[in-house]
Design a protein around this ligand. Structure first.
Ligand code: FAD
Length: 808
């Protein structure tokens, strides 16, 4: 074993081997993979080997498509068979709601280049002869489904990597990982030590234990998972003989089942409701090529449905039941990327669909390590999407929920209950008493809307029980004044004598003067967005930044990686050390003036001003800015004072009819101002010109801000895309995001977000289209639930296009 390497990859499952291959293919060949046993000795060896392109997140779907396309290449490069059978498959819907969901999947496939087609149950039965068409209302055909040999694929990655110069050390167990003073890592094994610049934790079933070696508690949990293999079935033999092809894959969502042919019989797996975690606290190191005891009672309810939906199963025997563990993150997507606070330590774990996702994970991680950027939008897999709230118990609750809902529909207005409430603010009980319906954002309970007694969300793809109530909240803001809790923003304090210079380099905007705020895009080296913030200059050496709450860890990882080593700049993520309230609407100033002695007249406290002031008895930081696009104020307050500030504002607002509004109303309000938001409109694949944030980029400023050269190039070349707001001729359903945008009969773009703008009484969608068509007046359509609706670009905001209200 070598004593030094650029990279040590820990774990020889499909994911570790893919990472090794991709690093070597990308040119880093001084890389070694350490495996405590034979390759495949975790989850990999007993996987069912299914692969598919569909995923709830379009960016993960793209990486799944890449993974499947890779198998031919690694087979050729390694000479190792991967056993890939690209059979195609059918996705089956037994209810209308499921069919609506599937139509959304087909629609997304149009701009992702995934070939999906809606078919009838009878057409599905012609493709997959074992199903009873009477049990289904519709289906989708997917040509890119199939299965493979899990061990063959893993060895093909490893052999291909070796051919490119990488090394693989089997029976080499990593026992500890220690940081050296120069920042490199001592990887201590049972066979000696390797010093490495980078370490990748691809420990699969033991990823938690490997993480603990560096003081990290990763939110992953293994679950038991069962599939059965039948005896040979005459129906299978007859089909094979008649068509000369295998029986294709099937996913029966309402039965929570997946099926495929396995030799002369069938394989049927299920994500059972009564699921069971495995090794909740500590994975035993002596677990290897072993299986767990099957528990047929646990999967019996799903099998019953399966036997009804696929009657041929009633006449066959079960040859074997496989029960094996594999790991999940709380939302079921992988954990990938660099870990904040541990430079050179990377994770590629929690991969629950290694044969659909392993290639994409390897590609993204190797790009990130070598180029400094994953090269794709991988937010849905980024380890930074979790913070300290993702504790072991939280992970346990959420993974179990996610597993039991693997094939369940999640409606756009459906909030999942497990692991909640966890983080709450001091006004939580007061808002609950007013009917707050809670959602969750980065672990924090967030009011979505306020329901009268007896009214709750009815889960639907269409406008639902909240519609009229959200409309009232919007009317309260536009007609008088509303109050929202906004503690879910990320808040950062930046201090130190180097703060201004550092911010000037980090952020693409011009720095605001003392007592002023500005919108502040942040760019990566390639000139694309990595953040959009509000930056406030409180007192020169003291700066305050507000940004997207879900990206707190993501942004801190970026900020900290760019801090000067001399300690001249300090940045702190304030998390819930600061709570937030917002008031907005034409009467907002009247309310504020009643509770503070500060002069908040337009002359003394104009749009984009910021100042400390007391609200009632509570000391606050107040900025004159509002995401509603109305006259409004964002108020930042220490949690111990939030109730007092809330009480003072509500009491002062009474005479103006102050109403509470939640994040759904806020969405409706910002849509009629064409305001985008992070992780929806603004993502790391778009340039500021494309995203319409170029007006906040100080291209000419003296400071050489990160991404400046690339941003200037984008401005010169014009980028490829444009963000646009559309008015949609919708019926009873609005866009939720990820719908295709048609132009002249072809899919040309995608929706990033939208909804119903209650004040303007319009259905609005925001999305990206190629710049060549971005100023066309006609010809657009947006597909919602399988139907195309006319749409037109709304370039001037629907509300207050001249910014008079905001600046009044
Ligand atoms: C019953 C079942 C059916 C499945 N079916 C499918 C399917 O159809 N399709 C699909 O895509 N996925 C399926 N999966 C999931 C799939 O198996 C996983 O996604 C995949 O195996 C994860 O691979 P991995 O490399 O991340 O982890 P693992 O396979 O667990 O690999 C981790 C490796 O790291 C090694 N290791 C850990 N710690 C150390 C250390 N300290 N030192 C050295 N080595 C270490 C381990 O020995 C192990 O070999 C199934 C899983 C199960 C259990």
């Amino acid at each position: 074993m070598k004593s030094h390497a650029k990279v040590v990859v820990i774990g020889g499952g499909v994911v570790g081997c893919s990472v090794l291959f991709h690093l070597a293919r990308h040119g880093w060949t001084d890389v070694v993979l350490l495996e405590r046993d034979e390759l495949t000795s975790g989850s990999t060896w007993h996987a069912a080997g299914g692969m598919h392109t569909i995923n709830g997140d379009p960016n993960v779907a793209k990486l799944q498509k890449y993974t499947i396309s890779l198998y031919k290449e690694i087979e050729e490069l390694s000479g190792q068979a991967t056993g890939v059978h690209l059979t195609g498959g059918v996705l089956l819907a037994a209810t209308e709601a499921r069919l609506d969901w599937l139509r959304g999947v087909v629609a997304k496939g149009r701009y992702l280049g995934i070939d999906l087609e809606e078919i009838s149950p009878n057409e599905a039965a012609e493709l997959m002869p074992l199903l009873d068409p009477k049990q289904f209302v519709g289906a989708v055909r997917n040509k890119e489904d199939g299965h493979l040999d899990p061990s063959g694929v893993t060895h093909a990655y490893a052999k291909a990597a070796r051919k490119l110069g990488a090394e693989v050390e089997r029976f080499t167990k990593v026992e500890d990982i220690v940081r050296r003073p120069d920042g490199s890592w001592r990887v201590i094994t049972n066979k000696g030590e390797v010093v490495a610049e980078h370490v990748v934790n691809a420990g699969g079933l033991w990823a938690r234990e490997v993480g603990r070696m560096v003081g990290l508690e990763l939110p992953v949990l293994a679950m038991e998972h069962m599939y059965l293999i039948t005896e040979d079935m005459p129906e299978v033999a007859a089909w094979n003989q008649k068509t000369g092809t295998e029986i294709i894959h099937a996913v029966d969502f309402d039965g929570e089942l997946y099926l495929r042919q396995e030799r002369g019989g069938m394989l049927m797996g299920t994500y059972e409701k009564a699921n069971k975690p495995w090794s909740e606290f500590q994975t035993p190191w002596n677990f290897g090529h072993e299986l767990l005891e099957p528990d047929i009672d646990r999967i019996a309810p799903s099998l019953e449905v399966g036997f009804r939906h696929f009657p041929a199963f009633q006449n066959t025997g079960i040859k074997q039941i496989i029960n094996g563990p594999f790991t999940f993150a709380p939302d079921g997507n992988p954990l990938v990327g660099p870990v904040r606070g541990l430079p050179g330590f990377w994770v590629a774990c929690g991969v629950m669909a290694g044969f659909s996702q392993g290639g994409g994970v390897g590609l993204a991680l190797s790009n990130w390590m070598i180029e400094g950027d994953p090269g794709a939008d991988i937010w849905a897999m980024d380890v930074a999407r979790y913070g300290d709230w993702a504790t072991m118990a939280y992970t346990n609750a959420k993974v179990r929920e996610n597993y039991s809902r693997r094939f369940s529909i999640r409606f756009p207005n459906e909030e999942l209950p497990a692991g909640r409430p966890l983080k709450t603010t001091p006004v939580y009980d007061a808002l609950s008493a007013k009917g707050a319906q809670w959602g969750v954002s980065y672990g924090l309970e967030v009011p979505l809307w306020y329901a009268p007694d007896g009214v709750r969300d009815e889960f639907s793809w269409r406008r639902s029980s909240d519609f009229d109530h959200v409309a009232k909240e919007v009317a309260a803001v536009r007609g008088g004044v509303g109050l929202a809790e906004i503690s879910n923003f990320a808040k950062y304090a930046v201090t130190g004598e180097g703060a201004a210079g550092w911010l000037d380099r980090m952020l693409a905007c011009k720095l605001p003067k003392r007592g002023r705020m500005t919108l502040a895009p942040m760019l990566k080296d390639d000139g694309r967005l990595i953040g959009d913030f509000t930056l406030a200059n409180i007192d020169d050496g003291e700066w305050f930044i507000a940004g997207s709450g879900i990206a707190e860890q993501y942004h801190m990882r970026w900020f900290e990686a760019h801090l000067p080593k001399n300690g001249s700049v300090r940045i702190e993520a304030l998390g819930q050390k600061l709570a937030g309230l917002a008031i907005a609407g034409p009467k907002a100033r009247d309310v504020l003036a009643k509770v503070t002695r500060a002069d908040v007249s337009n002359a003394a406290f104009p749009f984009m001003a910021v100042a400390r002031m007391d609200i009632g008895m509570a000391p606050c930081l107040v900025g004159r800015v509002s995401y509603t696009g109305d006259l409004g104020y964002e108020i930042w307050v220490a949690p111990e004072y939030q109730r007092a500030a809330f009480g003072a504002l509500m009491a002062a607002g009474e005479e103006f009819g102050i109403g509470l509004f939640g994040s759904r109303a806020l969405n409706a309000l910002r849509l009629e101002k064409n305001y985008g938001s992070w992780a929806r409109e603004y993502r790391p694949t778009y340039g500021p010109l494309e995203a319409g944030l170029d007006r906040f980029v100080a291209y000419g400023k003296e400071a050489d801000f990160i991404g400046k050269a690339a941003a200037l190039a984008e401005r010169k070349q014009g980028g490829k895309l444009r963000l646009r707001a559309f008015i949609v001729e919708a019926d009873d359903a609005d866009v939720i995001g990820d719908e295709p945008i048609w132009f002249d009969g072809a899919v040309r773009g995608w929706v990033t977000s939208g909804g119903y703008a209650h004040h303007a009484k319009r259905s609005v969608a925001m999305g990206y289209v190629p710049k060549e068509i971005a100023d066309e007046a006609d010809g657009f359509e947006i597909e919602i639930l399988g139907k195309r609706h006319g749409a037109r670009i709304q370039s001037a905001p629907l509300f207050d296009a001249n910014f008079e209200r905001m600046r009044a």
